[in-house]
Design a protein around this ligand. Structure first.
Ligand code: TYD
Length: 207
């Protein structure tokens, strides 16, 4: 039987530098001969990309917060069923830009809904698929938002909202330190990459 691939997720606020680190990690793992898939949420399947367009469109301003949570969970369910789980099953390492903790942080903490209910919604949608490791790139919202040009609907939320999101991510990580790696996203990209590689290499060696 093929050993299932590792599921590695990058999380963080806006402008935290996730894409650079995802690319560097994918290169690092590919150089070690591992099959790797990079994907993202919301998105990753044709239907989920369409849901993403609705969610990020400034024209969706005022979208009901429960409807928003359901749409993120719906996109996630399709993505996991059709892309993530099949890849893991054939032994591919999956690197995903955002996953269920984005819902807990943005919809739960950010929108001030019950974080546990939001988490349960995504667990239901994904048949309980959890990452093996979640890497949180932590930056002060003021710094991260300054890196964003042409803000989408969520990026356009007020600073207090983004402060709650950051607090959410840090609270989630503190509750389960073995499955989370929190890295200061204000450091230089190559310094961050050293910490990312160390965390991921340790995970892969332990499996
Ligand atoms: P992202 O792809 O990181 O946006 P960008 O490429 O513009 O940085 O994420 C899209 C937005 O969706 C981001 O503001 C975070 C938000 N989001 C949620 O609110 N809940 C979720 O469950 C996910 C996955 C993302």
């Amino acid at each position: 039987m093929t050993k299932s691939g590792a599921f590695i997720v990058f999380e963080g606020g806006e402008g935290a530098g996730k894409s650079t680190q995802e690319r560097l990690l994918a290169e690092h793992l590919a150089a070690a001969g591992l099959p790797v898939l990079r994907t993202r949420e919301p998105g990753g399947t044709p239907a989920a990309e369409r849901i993403r367009a609705i969610l990020l469109d400034p024209a969706s301003a005022g979208l009901d917060i429960r409807a928003e949570a359901l749409l993120f969970a719906a996109a996630r369910g399709d993505h996991v069923a059709r892309v993530v789980r099949p890849a893991l099953q054939v032994g591919t390492t999956v690197i995903c830009d955002r996953y269920l903790d984005s819902s807990v942080a943005y919809q739960g903490y950010g929108r001030q809904m019950d974080p546990e209910q939001v988490r349960q919604l995504s667990l239901w949608a994904t048949f309980d698929l959890l990452p093996d490791l979640t890497i949180i790139l932590d930056v002060e919202p003021r710094v991260g938002l300054a890196r964003v040009s042409d803000p989408d609907r969520l990026e356009a939320e007020p600073l207090e909202y983004h402060e709650r999101v950051r607090h959410g991510f840090l609270t989630i990580a503190a509750a389960d330190p073995a499955r989370y790696l929190v890295i200061d996203g204000s450091k230089a990209p190559d310094e961050i990459a050293v910490q990312v590689f160390a965390g991921v290499d340790a995970l892969l060696a332990s499996r």
